[in-house]
Design a protein around this ligand. Structure first.
Ligand SMILES: C=C(OP(=O)(O)O)C(=O)O
Ligand SMILES: [Mg+2]
Length: 571
């Protein structure tokens, strides 16, 4: 009996493959008293050996897929596993307390983790604590004889099924094998969903039941266009979806013909279509999809994919690679937006009740100015190699922008004095906090440009967590309240002759795009695979008609009313 269900369509396309369950296994055990100390100690040796063998495989896959730098963390895991002090402590514990190996491993590793985590101002020790935590799970899985899944161990085509995916899980996925993603939790604008779109992996998130309904190894269809999930399909259903998958690919091939064209409306008005990236690795997709700029480079992924705070030179190389690849087209780099759902394994931020309303993004940068200055210097140096713009995330007040600009100007002056070559940099802000959207007229006098971050702007305006499927109904991009804020921002920018972009997911949304054209948005920046579809849509639309549509939408009452207006206008 197949159990079909629906979730939130989060990344276009159709995947048909066997399910790979990425769920944390039960690693619980009881403490027992043992008699044969030597036999118990031998179990520890076996588990350590088996765990090392796993990590070797994960490390070599990571090297192949992600590069040597990102595989370094596994080198650290191997060092923990072969550390004689650690294995000696396990064995000593077994002998001293006559306890089972599981108990000894748990107690000893808890002790180390606690000790390292207590050194809150030592990033290196925080990293070691994270390494030991990971490695402990693997040792226990071998002692308890349960499989510990890891995305890097996947070596056949699968649909990945999990409760939730963190951005760092998603960044490890290999497109060659992971054909689809299916989760219990999450929303369309959660970072894992955004990354799935960038990787062009069809995804359905927030299904609530995926990990209960789908057994490992069973064939599953993930329809990322509609949110439908079909478990163990019969031959007829399979044939229907194989056809749908082929139709979708044919549609993409048609859009691909627009790759080298400009983005022009039916009445000849030009717009810029940019792409959002998280790493220089995403640049191939940016170029393949004919993007006219990078509208958002989320630099926090550079910090998240490293096992240490990236140095100035490491950052410089990454930024330089991106601006060079764009060959003079604009690249808007956002300074790091750590916090919320984006965490660093090696630098534990304080536990907070509301991390999305807490210590994150520019708030951290203005507090830990050394880290901020390092990033700004790397950006300033990279600006000599192309057309680089900088923007600050999560700006709520003018004072924050002024402080950030002051730090930037100080670093610029120092480099100038040292004779370092730099380009002309435009300095802007993300508009993703309602306070800044409302006060856009004042900000517009001081910034060079705005980029509207609708993912957060919608969340903060509706007081609905963008990653929580339980409140997904409140996540309403076309609610007239949101449209009015956006219109206010665009009008305020244009009043001061400033450029205004949008880099939230709404910029690539086919219902929103006609309205945004009507409001006069200058740049639309989105996941690279959405660029050509959006160009195709915009070519068919007339800006004068879209102006009228935008006026009606701004005067509408509900999200659904706006959807109906757009559908009637563009048919
Ligand atoms: C683009 C945005 O930033 P992020 O998705 O990285 O929070 C946004 O909030 O819309
Ligand atoms: Mg944001």
């Amino acid at each position: 009996m197949s159990n079909n269900f629906k979730g939130i369509a989060a990344s276009n396309g159709i995947a048909i493959a066997k399910a790979y369950l990425l769920v944390d296994p039960d690693l619980s055990f009881s403490k027992t008293t043992i008699k044969d100390v030597t036999a118990e100690q031998a179990r520890v040796d076996d588990a350590l050996k088996a765990a090392s063998a796993d990590v070797e495989i994960i490390k070599s896959r990571a090297e192949k897929n992600l590069g040597a730098d990102e595989a370094q963390v596994f080198e650290a895991h191997l060092m923990v596993l072969s550390d004689p002090e650690m294995s000696g402590a396990f064995k000593q514990k077994i002998a001293d307390d006559q306890v089972n190996a599981e108990q000894a491993v748990k107690e000893v590793t808890d002790m180390y983790i606690g000790m390292f985590e207590a050194m809150t101002d030592n990033a290196y020790m925080q990293e070691r604590a994270a390494d030991i935590r990971d490695v402990t799970k693997r040792i226990l899985s071998h002692l308890l004889n349960v499989a510990l899944p890891n995305p890097a161990l996947i070596d056949e085509e699968v649909v990945l099924v999990s409760k939730d995916l963190t951005p760092s899980d998603t960044s490890q996925l290999d497109r060659q094998f992971v054909k689809g993603i299916l989760t219990d939790l999450g929303g369309r604008t959660a970072h894992a969903s955004i990354m799935a779109r960038t990787l062009e992996i069809p995804a359905v998130v927030g299904s609530e039941v995926a990990t209960q309904e789908v057994a490992a190894g069973v064939t599953v269809i993930v329809d990322g266009l509609t949110g439908d999930v079909i478990v163990d399909p019969d031959a007829d259903t399979l044939a229907v979806y194989q056809q749908k998958a082929a139709d979708y690919l044919a549609q993409r091939a048609e859009w691909a013909l627009l790759k080298d064209q400009q983005t022009v409306s039916a009445d000849g008005k030009n717009f810029v279509l940019g792409a959002n990236i998280g790493s220089p690795k995403d640049m191939d997709a940016v170029l393949e999809n004919g993007s006219e700029g990078v509208g958002l480079y989320r630099t926090e992924f550079l910090y998240m994919e490293s096992d240490h705070l990236p140095t100035e030179d490491e950052q410089f190389e990454a930024y330089k690679a991106v601006v060079e690849k764009m060959a003079g087209k604009p690249v808007t780099v956002r300074t790091m937006d750590i916090g919320g759902d984006k965490n660093l394994s090696y630098w534990k931020l304080p536990e907070e009740e509301n991390p999305f309303l807490g210590y994150r993004a520019i708030r951290i940068s203005l507090d830990q100015t050394d880290i901020f200055r390092t990033q700004l210097r790397a950006l300033l140096r990279a600006s000599a190699y192309g057309n680089l713009w900088i923007m600050f995330p999560m700006i709520a007040t003018l004072a924050e922008f002024r402080s950030a600009k002051k730090v930037y100007s100080e670093e610029r002056a120092k480099l100038e004095k040292a004779g370092v070559a730099m380009g002309d940099i435009k300095l802007g802000i993300m508009i993703e906090i309602p306070a800044a959207a409302v006060l856009a007229d004042k900000f517009a006098k001081e910034v060079d440009f705005f980029s509207i971050g609708t993912n957060d702007l919608i969340g903060y305006t509706m007081a609905a967590d963008r990653g929580n499927d339980k409140v997904a109904y409140l996540y309403q991009p076309y609610n007239p309240s949101i449209l009015r804020l956006i219109n206010n921002v665009i009008a305020a920018a244009h009043n001061e002759g400033k450029f205004v972009a949008m880099c939230g997911e709404m910029a690539g949304d086919s219902i929103a795009v006609p309205i945004l054209m009507g409001m006069g948005l200058d740049e639309f920046s989105m996941s690279a695979p959405s660029v050509l579809q959006t160009r195709s849509l915009m070519k068919k639309l007339n800006t004068a008609d879209m102006k009228l549509l935008a006026a009606k939408a701004l005067d509408a009452e509900t999200n659904d009313d706006v959807i109906a207006l757009v559908k009637a206008a563009i048919k």
